[in-house]
Design a protein around this ligand. Structure first.
Ligand code: G3I
Length: 376
């Protein structure tokens, strides 16, 4: 091989390794300051805090959360079933810990979720004799719950997921709230929340918001609220994504549709499922449950490099889109910090090994973390 060619290859290799060093050192620089610093001029960047972490107060994990994130959401601790398992029994400890931790580290605390069809004790919908509550009585119970919970954290919780998943595509979800109150429950939940904390940002949260029918249902319900003077500040696009869908175009069209309706956009529960989809099922309908099968759990022993690269690319692509629309997006929250915590290890199939988040099972930043950190 002529020496000039050998020389060229040697210097190209040197440049290559320098680039790799630069890339990794740039990435580690981001890791030292945290994503909250990286995206400080774009949007707040958050994570969901599992009940287990609030209970254990694992210092190492909490330090990592404090360094990396500027917003936190209780994954479960503020849901009706966890914070008020019986009508006259409130369990404040873990919710108080989340709010105190957020205050200590100057984070936005997100309250999740005031009115949802899931994780609500049956007793909420019945009177003492076991008869289903009528509209007036159930609204009174909803108002009392929201008043007590939102009121307790007035001025400390910046954002509330007031209503969660009220629509199934283009129609109202037939939840107990809907069946026993009618569609007024939607507006009343926002009215009660605003009365309990006039300064809190109130959002409607849902999955599959790329579905035009759902978008239109959400926008018209919120427009109806606003027409009657009821505050709704924005929408939460949960964003439980897969490696190959929904498309960036679909996500962008949803962001644009909500922004056009004068709604702030929050990405509230971002994760990227790398495992085989079942029956092409997509979304986060929590009642979904599929039987375990080996072929549905291909990466139990580790994630192949090729899939890690696809995951990295997917995170890079969606964050480029979020940055492009940072004028419309107030917050981007992951639904968990490290892969071991993720609900996606057990949904829609129990007992799988998934890799949907930015930190691995050893709490180390993954290539996807460095890729998004290096976008700024
Ligand atoms: O705390 C109990 C524990 O005492 C018990 O031993 C264990 C065994 O069943 O269950 C534990 O509760 C589980 C809880 O997570 C805490 O781990 C519930 O069964 C389980 O249903 C619950 O799942 C949560 C799910 O919402 C339903 O509330 C997931 O962690 C949580 O990630 C998921 O999050 C939802 C959002 O709130 C709304 N958007 C969709 C998203 C995914 O479904």
């Amino acid at each position: 091989m002529p020496s000039s060619r050998r020389q060229f290859i040697k210097s190209a290799a040197a440049i290559g390794s320098l680039m790799a060093l630069k890339f990794s050192s740039l990435a580690s620089a981001a890791a030292a300051t945290g994503l909250r610093q990286v995206f400080k001029d774009d949007f707040s960047i958050g994570t969901a805090i599992p009940t287990k972490l609030l209970a254990s107060r694992d210092a190492g994990k909490l330090d990592l959360v404090a360094r990396e994130f500027s917003a936190i959401t209780a994954e479960n601790a503020m849901k009706w079933q966890e914070i008020r398992p019986e009508l006259n029994k409130w369990r404040w400890t873990l919710a108080d810990r989340l709010v105190d931790f957020g205050a200590e580290h100057r984070m936005q605390v997100v309250g999740h979720a005031l009115v949802w069809h899931s994780q609500v004790p049956d007793a909420v919908f019945f009177d003492a004799s076991g008869k289903p509550l009528g509209k007036k009585a159930l609204l009174a119970r909803m108002e009392e719950h929201i008043n007590t919970l939102v009121g307790r954290y007035q001025g400390q919780i910046a954002i509330w997921d007031v209503v969660n998943e009220a629509f199934a595509a283009g129609r109202w979800r037939k939840s107990r709230w809907f069946n026993q109150i009618g569609k007024d429950y939607f507006e009343q939940a926002f009215r009660y929340a605003h009365e309990a904390d006039p300064k809190a940002q109130l959002i409607y949260n849902d999955y599959g918001m790329g579905n035009p029918k759902k978008q239109q249902s959400v926008i018209s319900a919120i427009k109806a609220c606003r027409a009657r003077g009821v505050k709704v500040h924005g929408v939460g696009m949960q964003s439980h994504l897969h490696l190959d869908g929904p498309s960036l175009r679909n996500i962008e069209k949803a962001i644009l549709a909500f922004a056009k309706a004068d709604l702030r956009v929050h990405i509230t529960e971002l994760d990227v499922d790398v495992l085989p989809q079942i029956d092409n099922y997509d979304g986060a309908e929590i009642s979904t449950d599929f039987a375990y099968a080996e072929e549905l759990n291909p990466y139990a022993k580790g994630l192949p490099a090729k899939v890690q690269q696809q995951l990295t690319r997917r995170y890079e692509d969606v964050f480029k889109l979020y940055i492009k629309h940072k004028d419309k997006i107030d917050r981007v929250s992951l639904w968990g910090t490290s892969d071991d915590e993720s609900w996606k290890n057990n949904w829609p199939v129990k007992g799988r090994t998934n890799y949907p988040l930015l930190f691995d099972r050893n709490r180390q930043p993954k290539p996807a973390y460095h890729a998004i950190a290096n976008l700024r």
